[in-house]
Write a protein that binds this ligand. Sequence first.
Ligand SMILES: NC(=O)c1ccc[n+]([C@@H]2O[C@H](COP(=O)([O-])OP(=O)(O)OC[C@H]3O[C@@H](n4cnc5c(N)ncnc54)[C@H](O)[C@@H]3O)[C@@H](O)[C@H]2O)c1
Length: 486
Amino acid sequence: MNDSYLNFVNSPFGARLARSLGLPKPEVLRRYRADRPEFDGIVAIGAGREPHLLDALATLVGGIGVTSVAHASAGLWVPLANRHGLMTGRFEAADSGSSSKLAALLFDASGIEDSSQLEPLHAFFHDTLRSLGKCGRIVVLGRPPQTCVNPRQWTAQRALEGFTRSLGKEARRGITANLVYVEPGAESGMEATLRFFLSPRSAYVSGQVVHIAAQVGDETGGEMDGETGGKTGSKASSTFDWAQPLAGLRAVVTGAARGIGGSIASVLAAEGAHVIGIDIPSARDALDATMRQLDGTALAFDIAAPEAPAQIAAALDEQGVDIVVHNAGITKDKTIAKMTEAAWQSVIDINLSAQERIDDALLAGGILRDGGRIIGVSSISGIAGNLGQTNYATSKAGVIGRVQSMAPHLRARGITINAVAPGFIETQMTAKIPLAIREAGRRMNSMSQGGQPVDVAQTIAWLAHPGSAGVSGQIVRVCGQSLIGA
Ligand SMILES: NC(=O)c1ccc[n+]([C@@H]2O[C@H](COP(=O)([O-])OP(=O)(O)OC[C@H]3O[C@@H](n4cnc5c(N)ncnc54)[C@H](O)[C@@H]3O)[C@@H](O)[C@H]2O)c1
């Protein structure tokens, strides 16, 4: 759907009017385009005491080929960057607010062990934030509090969450701010995640906290798990084809005929996957058209039909599948007193129970291969609840429970399970929402606008990436840092 307000306030006349009336002016977000460089500009590096992740950051900065500048808090960066052969310089306080805009701010807080050591966060962002350009990126790196050895360290690392989320709310201008906790030993598995958060692909993902766990064999670059025969551990970053990371993989996407599902299918195909799209028989024409464009395979099944899991398993059995995206979903909104049993049951069945049955069939038969990915589509309604959506919010909260409960069981096979929780995304589903509520949904977030289906699709592509093996059991909101459920 078209966001007429965003278009208007970004026209010359609209921008002047918005300025004179003091109206909010949502930024036109910079999204990924294959014909534009994904990474460019200058990245400023800051750090707290004894940063542990600078070496891994140097690999990343070298890999994406950008210039860096070191803030005074990150004195170690310059010699390290020189050793890695990177173009680097020093951030001068005089640059603050100047027209030479930075593209990203990266802060390594991993060595902070006590609340009294948090001040470098203030110093770095105080000096650099005004130099960050429109749609710039902020990433703070820390250690997962649960892995900290004492309460002081746990406290200081947990504090990073409040800091990063507040930055996301302050920065505006299409800037995102996210926190990545890297477990000790998971350093070699952080590149895919950092690339995502630095890229225009994460245009509508802000205020999120992601935890990267160490994999069996992380120190060795991956080794065979004797019990399951599955490959575990993160591959060295240099072994990924960053342009076509999903080449040779097969991905099944439910609800692929239109909306977010159609976009997921095209992004996964653009990254090299063979996509098998599933949708209800009445959407067959749209599904066929989408799959034809992508050279994919169309399967017209109602996922909630009792025979669907066996049919899907049979269709995928011969070649197996690597990525399963449970996107199909419906709403049947009514307050609980007015909700029919059928409206309750169909929403729970399509949005939640069908996924459980399909996963069971694919996992039991070994059709979902070791090292595979399961990605659910939850919703901020599943986090915060929503008036008139007891059925929908129950189903979407259930998706979160499924992710959290299944992740430990799938770990031995190297299979990750995660979910995205979209906020307000411009699709036919949200076009049905009454205008006043729709406008509130669009504006009540740090980006002051709704997201696009491609924002959800790109987040799913990151979770599907072979380099995201350390990301499991997590819920990533694609909501522009919505105030709802924040
Ligand atoms: N649009 C948003 O703002 C938003 C926000 C949060 C979550 N979501 C979730 O994202 C997902 C996609 O939403 P959308 O906005 O693209 O919706 P949509 O209605 O545009 O598309 C949903 C697709 O799922 C298919 N589908 C429905 N029931 C099915 C079944 N039984 N078997 C097979 N396919 C079936 C539909 O035919 C359709 O193609 C849903 O799970 C939705 O709950 C959307």
